[in-house]
Structure formats: structure tokens, C-alpha cells
Design a protein around this ligand. Structure first.
Ligand code: G4P
Length: 471
């Protein structure tokens, strides 16, 4: 188990402050590596859900694109699971869901700007896959510390040394194995905890059981003993500062499906993952311990209830103690909002929250005032920086089937642009709307949502432009 007594001096500034208990993180992976399963098991260990299957239903539905969109339209489900707040081992976790589809969307990038660390799930049989790599690169841009979980050890896997070397060389990251597996698939017998000399036994016959732990384990198998020595000598020891700086990733082996290795992972997040860091902002960075509240909107979700054109802005708190009913000023417009119904999202429900702290994510219902990238403060003029805007890679001309609906179309496109589903451009003089996206799937989402939520049927035709750039 990780030793939480060895926290770095930089955490001292948060000692005794509720922000110091926050662990705000995301799970990144290639589809099918086991992100949904791991999320669910983390929530089970965290006591946030009590039955397996609650999150799973969504994972399955998401696999088929059309089903995924149907599910997305049932706003309730998507919203309650897009941020999950739970407590475990004295720490308070905020787990942010990165959208699970294969394509990239701006939503994914922005979500990663709101976390302090990430867990990277890798399928033991497949190693690093395309999407993991891309998501990793985003994390790298901000030096987000990453814990690696090599999943599906109960299946035939690649050689663990090969897997580690692949992570290290493809991602240019030091890796430090924390546990070491013995066998895989039918022969998977468990993992050896390298720091604490104990064996976590995998019970192949009763997979619902969480592995037995044998303390002071004497390795009898000489081949395995030799391998463990080799691994100890061949990889750097875990170094918290290096992990926190985003240079070294501790690696755990396990099987999310079988609850194996999940507790060790959660303990590691509690002990090592960074609490909120100072937030880069103009004209000065923001310290989490500052008394005044500040935060930024990294996601807006519209039409959660199709009968009301409401929106929920997801605000990542960066400083201060947030209290229900407080007034926050939107930077740029200087509009003052009374936040009377802030929402905290749990695995299965959402609740009006009375107070929240840096690292927490609160949902603010509003009527389109709040936009992605907005900074909110108690009055001081500050602009939180580092929330990226992306140059669209795919442009399409929007053709309307019923020309009488151009007003509704404009409304729909404006709303969805606000949410970050697409970017919208118009030619200086007349002409159709042009939409721009980063990933192909955003186009499907746009079309489906414009039809389902605004009753406007559109066709997306190739645009007469290739790129759009800010000038
Ligand atoms: P994702 O969110 O990353 O896309 O992956 P998800 O958790 O949905 O898992 C993808 C598949 O991998 C699922 O199988 C899931 O059960 C399986 N899986 C996850 N973790 C493990 C593991 O530790 N061991 C094994 N053997 N399988 C694992 P599926 O067949 O698509 O769904 P289901 O029939 O299991 O529900």
C-alpha cells in the first residue's frame, strides 16, 4: 500500500485545508480497455454504488454509435455520470468522465484541463493503442501526473516487461512498476507488491472475491524470484516528485472486471495524486487556499430536460469556499450570478450542494449565460488561462431541408456551439452556416441533436473551405 506519510513539501501548503483532500482525476484509455469497468469498481470501493452493473449499462450502450447518442440524449444518465464525487480513505474524489467514443472531441480535451491527474488504463493484451496515445499527449501538454493500470491480466497478455517498455518508449515516460504479475490468463496467480514484499493472490475459482494478501511473502518459484529481482534492478523506484511533475508513472497490474488490483490503485490515487495545484490565470496565478472563490467552466450541457431550455455549466473550483447562494461575477461581461442551486454529481444522483471546495466540480443551472472557458470570481478581475480552443479539422456546410426553419436552425447551432459540440461560422455576406469540428463523430452528434432537440432536419455537405483559422 502506498505510504501517504511521504507526501511532498508542496502539499504542506494545503495541510488542514479541505482542498488538500481533493483528488480530481480522469481515466484515459482506448475504447474497450476497461475504463467503464474500472470506473465502476472504483465507485464500488469508494462506496458510491453498491451493485455492479450501474455504470456498465452505459458502457455497453455506448459501444454502438447510435445507441450511444440515444443514451446521450437521455441527459439525466449522461450528466450524472460525467462527474462522480465520492469519498474514500479520508480523501474526496472527483472522477471526471472523458467521453468514451473513439473520435476526438473538444469536450475531451477540455475535460482534461479540469483534472489534476489521470489514470491510464491499458489492455494487457494490446498495449498502447491509438487513442490512449493521443489522450496521453494532451495530458503531457499540462504535465498531468499519470498512474498506469494494466488491465485484463486474467486474459492472455503481452509479456509484462514488453508492456512496460512499450509504455516507456512510446510515451517517453519513466515507468515504475508497483506490483508485478505472475502469469496471465489461465495462469494468472496474482501480483507481487514490490515495495511491501507481499503477494496479492488471484483466486481463479471465485472471481468475485477480492484477492487474499500474504504479507512477507517468500517467493518460492525461482524463475519468478529472478524476474522480480530483474524488475527491481531494471526500473526506477517510485519517486513522488517525478510522478507529480508528470515524468514518471507508477504502474499497477490487475483485472478491473475481477476487482483485482483496484483497491491498490485507489489507495495510490488517495496517497499520491496531487491535490489542486495553483491555477494559471491572468494577471496572477490563483492559489487553492485563497479565501475568495474562483473557478472556470470547462463544459456546458444543454437541453438536459428537453421541456426546458436549461443548461448546466460545469464549474471547476480553483479557490475559496463555495457556498450555496453566493454571487459570482462572470469575467468579460461582469454579469453577476446568484448561484442558488449548485449541483454536486454523485454516481447515481445529483444533489443541491451547500458548500464545495477547490477541486470540486459543481453544476450551475443557467439559461445560456455561462460559456465554456468562462472564469467566475467573487469580483476580482482574473482570467483563468489554459482552456484550449481548437482549430476545426473538418468543415461542413449545413443545408436545411425546410427553408422555413432557418431561425430554429440558427438557434440550434448557436446553442450547440455554446456547448462546444461544434464551432459555427458564417460567411461575411450571406450563405449557409459552416460548422467546424475536430472529430468526425461530432458531426453525427450535431445532426442527431439538431433533429431531436430542435426538430430541424439538416444535411451536412462538404464545405467550400478547407480550414478556418483565427486571424
Ligand atoms: P471501455 O469503457 O474502456 O470501453 O471498456 P469496458 O469497461 O466497457 O470494457 C470492455 C470489455 O472488456 C467488456 O467486455 C468488459 O467486461 C471487459 N473487461 C473489462 N475489464 C476486464 C478484465 O479485467 N478482464 C476481462 N477479461 N475483461 C474485462 P464485453 O464483453 O464488451 O462486455 P461484457 O459482456 O463483459 O459486459
Amino acid at each position: 500500500m502506498p505510504d501517504s506519510a511521504a507526501l511532498p513539501a508542496s502539499d504542506a501548503r494545503l495541510a488542514g485545508h479541505p482542498a488538500g483532500l481533493r483528488r480530481t482525476f480522469a481515466i484515459i484509455s482506448h475504447p474497450d480497455a476497461g475504463k467503464t469497468t474500472l470506473t465502476e469498481k472504483l465507485l464500488l470501493f469508494g462506496g458510491a454504488i453498491h451493485v455492479a452493473g450501474a455504470v456498465k449499462a452505459r458502457g455497453e450502450a455506448r459501444r454502438a454509435r447510435s445507441d450511444w447518442m440515444k443514451i446521450e440524449q437521455q441527459r439525466g444518465i449522461s450528466v450524472t455520470t460525467s462527474v462522480m464525487h465520492f469519498e474514500y480513505g479520508g480523501a474526496v474524489f472527483n472522477l471526471l468522465d472523458t467521453p468514451g467514443h473513439e473520435d476526438f472531441s473538444e469536450d475531451t480535451y477540455r475535460t482534461l484541463t479540469a483534472v489534476d491527474s489521470a489514470v491510464m488504463v491499458i489492455d494487457a493484451a494490446k498495449g498502447i493503442e491509438a487513442r490512449t496515445r493521443k489522450l496521453f499527449e494532451i495530458c503531457r501538454l499540462r504535465d498531468v501526473p499519470i498512474i498506469t493500470f494494466i488491465n485484463k491480466m486474467d486474459r492472455e497478455s503481452k509479456d509484462p516487461i514488453e508492456l512496460l517498455d512499450e509504455v516507456a518508449s512510446t510515451l517517453a515516460l519513466d515507468v515504475s512498476p508497483m506490483t508485478w504479475p505472475t502469469g496471465s490468463g489461465q495462469n494468472f496467480k496474482g501480483t507481487y507488491d514490490l515495495a511491501n514484499n507481499r503477494m496479492l493472490v488471484f483466486d481463479n475459482t471465485d472471481k468475485t472475491r477480492i484477492g487474499e494478501v500474504i504479507e512477507n511473502y517468500q517467493i518460492a518459484d525461482s524463475n519468478f524470484a529472478e524476474e522480480v529481482e530483474l524488475v527491481r534492478a531494471g526500473y526506477p523506484a517510485f519517486d513522488l516528485e517525478s510522478y507529480r511533475a508528470g515524468h514518471l508513472s507508477p504502474v499497477f497490474f490487475g483485472s478491473a472486471y475481477n476487482n483485482f488490483g483496484v483497491k491498490e490503485l485507489l489507495d495510490a490515487i488517495a496517497a499520491w495524486a496531487p491535490p489542486p495545484r495553483p491555477q494559471p490565470a491572468e494577471p496572477r496565478p490563483i492559489e487553492p487556499t485563497e479565501p475568495k472563490v474562483s473557478g472556470f467552466v470547462f463544459k456546458v450541457q444543454a437541453n438536459m430536460d428537453p421541456n426546458h431550455r436549461d443548461r448546466i455549466a460545469f464549474l471547476r473550483l480553483c479557490s475559496g469556499k463555495f457556498r450555496r447562494g453566493m454571487k459570482l461575477t462572470q469575467m468579460g461581461t461582469s454579469k453577476v450570478l446568484s448561484v442558488n442551486s449548485p449541483i454536486l454529481f454523485f454516481a447515481r444522483e445529483r444533489e443541491i450542494v451547500e458548500e464545495a471546495w477547490p477541486g470540486d466540480i459543481i453544476g450551475i443551472p443557467n439559461h445560456g449565460v455561462l460559456r465554456v472557458g468562462d472564469t467566475l470570481t467573487e469580483g476580482e478581475t482574473l482570467k483563468i488561462v489554459g482552456i484550449p480552443n481548437f482549430a476545426p479539422e473538418i468543415l461542413r456546410r449545413v443545408r436545411l431541408e425546410d427553408p422555413m426553419k432557418s431561425k430554429q436552425l440558427r438557434r440550434a447551432l448557436e446553442d450547440l456551439a455554446e456547448e462546444g459540440v461544434t464551432q459555427v461560422f458564417r460567411r461575411v455576406i450571406g450563405g449557409d452556416h459552416i460548422v467546424g469540428v475536430v472529430g468526425e463523430l461530432q458531426l453525427d452528434v450535431l445532426k442527431t441533436r439538431v433533429e431531436a432537440e430542435y426538430n430541424v432536419h439538416i444535411d451536412l455537405a462538404p464545405a467550400p473551405f478547407e480550414t478556418a483559422r483565427w486571424i
